[in-house]
Design a protein around this ligand. Structure first.
Ligand code: GCU
Length: 417
């Protein structure tokens, strides 16, 4: 009997997935006609023509929409944090770098959440260095082979011990530490599960659980989801970096891939300490325009990953045309700080063209500040990065972070950070 029920449930789930997959459009000719919501016209119809009007009228409207309807409200409450240096490895990367591992203990003694930051600092430097702030997916120990890097505190809860994605060095191809350090940058990285496990069943272990009024089941319409919590964590890393002598905290770049690209954009929109915001293939509800309904759509993302967002976001599933805002407006909020959006040619799921167009349209606000957006409304060719105040590139290949991506980000940061 049990087997039959399981088989039936399995069949229904498979049918749902198949039905949803069928609704995924990857054909440019089937992109619906849509009107992009105006960036420079306020909700009351006021045309925004000065930086002051932008900053006092329109930018707050855009931020409120995204916080009330998409990612949820970031709580204002301050959660105590204690930083403990766990280890200092001065001879990392063949002597080129220092690895400092810092335990962040959030909360009060009766209820805490632990996270470990890995700070990679170049040894050769003349003064404080700029830093990239970026989460890793599979643990700090996955970004290089060094045996001395600790596993994340949350490790045993989120993945089975025999899951090979947790092996040491498993994601090192995404983190060319030599390239970053040789270019004179530090890297501050943390496993994103430490801040908020990417599993709604483990919400009790996330930093969200430390806030008063914590709601395990996320019933409130505007309650923040995992992306909001990850973005909050990026700002807590910035708090720490402000105390580190070797880091120039006035030169922080936040960078994220895919779901972490979404979090990097949301962190960059809210926290002005991030002077460069880099979205690596962040796709749906990241850099891509939702109204194109190309690749991943709102029905899919809110049913598979509803816990990343506030419950209110579900009202737009299958109703992209009803969205009063779109992602180009969120990107515009980053102005006049620097914005870099990148795509991969084969990553149709993330809608490269939608990512490009959102970055292109965000340029209107950069121009208000006397800065340069992407000049051409036509996507550049593969491997032809455009580095204006807003930057964009599309590279060959799949959804990933490659040396090519990093070399573009480093060139851009050399110019603007
Ligand atoms: C899934 C999800 C995307 C997300 C990606 C990732 O593909 O649908 O929205 O960006 O995972 O984070 O790798």
């Amino acid at each position: 009997m049990r087997t039959i029920v399981c088989l039936l449930v399995g069949a229904v789930c498979a049918a749902n997935v198949a039905a949803q997959t069928a609704r995924i459009n990857q054909d440019e000719s089937k992109v619906p006609e849509f009107t992009l919501p105006e960036i420079l016209v306020s909700e009351s119809g006021q045309r925004i023509s000065t930086v002051e009007e932008w900053e006092t009228v329109r930018k707050p409207e855009i931020l409120s929409f995204f916080s009330e309807n998409v990612y949820g409200e970031t709580p204002k409450e301050r959660i105590p944090v204690k930083w403990t240096v766990l280890s200092e490895i001065g001879d990392a990367l063949d002597g080129k770098a220092t690895f400092r591992q810092v335990l962040f203990t959030f909360g009060n003694p009766d209820r805490t959440v632990d996270a470990i930051l890995l700070l990679v600092i170049p040894n050769k430097k003349e003064g404080p260095v700029p830093a990239f702030v970026s989460y890793n997916f599979n643990g700090n120990h996955s970004i290089c082979d060094d045996q001395r890097i600790y596993y994340p505190p949350i490790f045993h809860k989120v993945k089975a011990p025999d899951d090979i994605s947790w092996e040491r060095g498993n994601q090192k191809s995404r983190w060319n530490l030599d390239m970053i350090v040789d270019a004179g940058y530090a890297l501050a990285t943390m496993c994103y599960h430490d801040i908020c496990p990417d599993n709604p069943a483990l919400r009790d272990c996330s930093i969200a659980s430390l806030f008063s009024g914590f709601n395990r089941n996320m019933q409130d319409y505007n309650e923040w989801g995992a992306i909001g919590a990850w973005a909050w964590g990026l700002s807590r890393i910035a708090d720490y970096l402000e105390t580190v002598d070797e880091i120039d905290a006035s030169r922080l770049a936040v960078m994220g891939h895919s779901r972490q690209g979404k979090a990097a954009i949301w962190a960059g929109a809210q926290d002005e300490r991030f002077k460069v915001v880099i979205s690596n293939e962040s796709g749906c509800t990241g850099a891509a325009l939702s109204k194109r309904v190309f690749g991943e759509n709102l029905s899919w993302i809110t049913s598979r990953f509803g816990y990343w967002f506030c419950p209110a976001y579900r009202q737009y599933a299958d109703r992209e045309e009803a969205l009063p805002y779109d992602q180009h407006q969120l990107l515009a909020v980053i102005a006049p700080r620097h914005l870099y959006v990148s795509s991969a040619e084969e990553d149709k799921w993330s809608d490269p063209k939608g990512e490009f167009l959102a970055a292109y349209h965000a340029g209107e606000v950069y121009e208000l500040y006397g800065l340069k957006g992407l000049a051409d409304s036509v996507m550049p060719e593969i491997h032809h990065p455009v580095h204006c105040d807003v930057a964009y590139h599309v590279r060959a290949g799949k959804h990933d972070v490659t040396d090519y991506d990093w070399s573009c980000y480093l060139d851009y940061c050399d110019k603007y950070l």
